[in-house]
Design a protein around this ligand. Structure first.
Ligand SMILES: Cc1cc2nc3c(=O)[nH]c(=O)nc-3n(C[C@H](O)[C@H](O)[C@H](O)COP(=O)(O)OP(=O)(O)OC[C@H]3O[C@@H](n4cnc5c(N)ncnc54)[C@H](O)[C@@H]3O)c2cc1C
Length: 389
């Protein structure tokens, strides 16, 4: 358990995560995967075996069935003990809940069980070379012809580009007499006409982001998720849920660096005194404690409302960028107050900083999160794009 009480209340799920982290030396493995860009297959499977994948996904779909609030406590603890890797692996199947909510019974029967047991990785593909934040501008096409779609287009910057066995892909549907618009599909990634390529990243290298090209790929109609034209609504619900939970991961990583820094500045001396005796050091650290604690309060408020079934799009966006912001600042302070060692890869802060930096872009950029929160405060006629994640 943490030497400085974290803002997160005690919960059996946190104790369970601690036992899991001890048994599998989670922190060490997190650091090892920073040096290898391979997807952590074993970690994913272990989390699945321990029933730590998809914490807030209903048990009827194969998830753990916890409330979003309790899931966030589990994610905080996973991130505190195992960095963004363990926590984001745990969250990954939640991104695929579009499949659980809108897939046909056959698709659900084929995919959900392996997904939540950590035996199958399902990616999410929205972003395209010319359409990121403005996902409504996406150009991938799904043209219907007698019982099947022909899919063409390019998805970029997507996680697990080469590692996912299947992906939820958003494309523009065209069918004579049918509803046009964006629709969601589950696409097995080994179909003829798919090319995949990984692109090196600054952090979270295990995520293997890259490009996936669909060149006239034939996909049976049964792989469509929901109705034609319903894709954006499915994506919006999904994004709100994940944005509401992501802050817990950011705060968990930051709390680890914060706590290690508090201990370090108490014993490290410069100019004949411990660093902590310098207000230039101690003031930013007590501010970090206040901000991380306040951010957790905001997160809990959003999650409590999400669990009550209230609409929280704007608040989830606010919580995502705010938690990311205070977390990055705390890890930056950790690097700074460890001096030269803080910048070295010997200590975990530099890796945590690189991994956490994606918070400002992935699942919706900070700027787009401000837009989503602003639209909530000063509503205007609805726009079709949910602001991509
Ligand atoms: C680690 C990581 C994982 C990712 N995983 C996935 C994935 O699995 N699947 C997937 O589909 N995508 C994924 N992405 C891509 C991510 O969703 C996009 O990068 C993001 O939505 C931004 O889109 P873009 O890169 O095209 O930037 P752009 O949309 O071109 O934006 C460029 C800059 O302009 C700003 N901007 C844009 N519009 C406005 C506006 N109206 N007002 C103010 N500022 C604006 C943005 O905030 C940003 O700073 C991932 C990204 C990262 C970093």
């Amino acid at each position: 358990m943490s030497p400085i009480p974290p803002p997160v209340p005690s919960d059996p799920i946190r104790e369970e995560v601690d036992r899991f982290a001890d048994a599998h030396r989670l922190g060490e493995r997190y650091r090892a995967y920073d040096r290898s860009p391979a997807f952590p297959v074993e970690e994913f499977q272990r989390l699945g075996e321990a029933r730590l994948l998809g914490l807030s996904v209903p048990a009827s779909f194969g998830g753990r069935g916890l409330s979003a609030l309790r899931s966030a406590r589990g994610l905080f603890q996973l991130a505190y003990r195992g960095g963004t890797m363990a926590a984001k692996l745990s969250l990954q199947p939640e991104f695929s809940s579009v499949l659980a909510r809108a897939g046909s019974p056959d698709l659900r029967a084929g995919y959900l069980d392996p997904l939540f047991r950590g035996r199958m990785l399902v990616g999410n593909q929205v972003t395209e070379p010319h359409a990121g934040s403005d996902a409504a501008a996406l150009r991938a096409r799904a043209v219907y012809r007698t019982g099947a779609y022909r899919i063409s287009g390019t998805k970029t910057q997507v996680a697990f580009a080469e590692d996912a066995q299947a992906a939820i892909v958003y494309a523009r549907t065209e069918r004579p007499g049918g509803r046009s618009g964006i629709s969601a599909f589950l696409i097995p990634q080994d179909l003829a006409g798919i090319r995949r390529e990984r692109v090196p990243d600054y952090g979270e290298r295990w995520m293997g982001r890259g490009t996936v090209v669909y060149d006239d790929v034939e996909l049976p109609e049964a792989y469509r998720l929901g109705e034609e034209g319903q894709g954006f609504e499915l994506l919006r619900q999904e994004l709100t849920h994940e944005r509401a939970l992501l802050g817990a991961i950011y705060l968990g990583v930051a709390w680890a660096s914060f706590e290690e820094t508090v201990a370090f500045v108490a014993q490290r001396e410069a100019f004949g005194r411990p660093l902590a005796a310098q207000q230039a050091i101690s003031f930013p650290l007590v501010e970090d404690e206040a901000r991380l604690t306040a951010a957790w309060g905001l997160l809990e408020r959003v999650l409590t409302r999400l669990d009550a079934g209230e609409p929280v799009d704007g608040e989830a966006a606010m919580s995502k960028w705010y938690c990311g912001h205070v977390a990055l600042e705390a890890v930056d302070h950790a690097m700074q107050f460890h001096g030269g060692q803080g910048y070295a890869e010997e200590l975990p802060h530099a890796q945590r900083y690189r991994d956490l930096r994606s918070a400002r872009v992935a699942h919706g950029t900070d700027e787009v999160m401000h837009l989503v929160a602003t639209r909530k405060r000063w509503p205007r006629p609805p726009r079709s794009s949910p602001g991509n994640g």
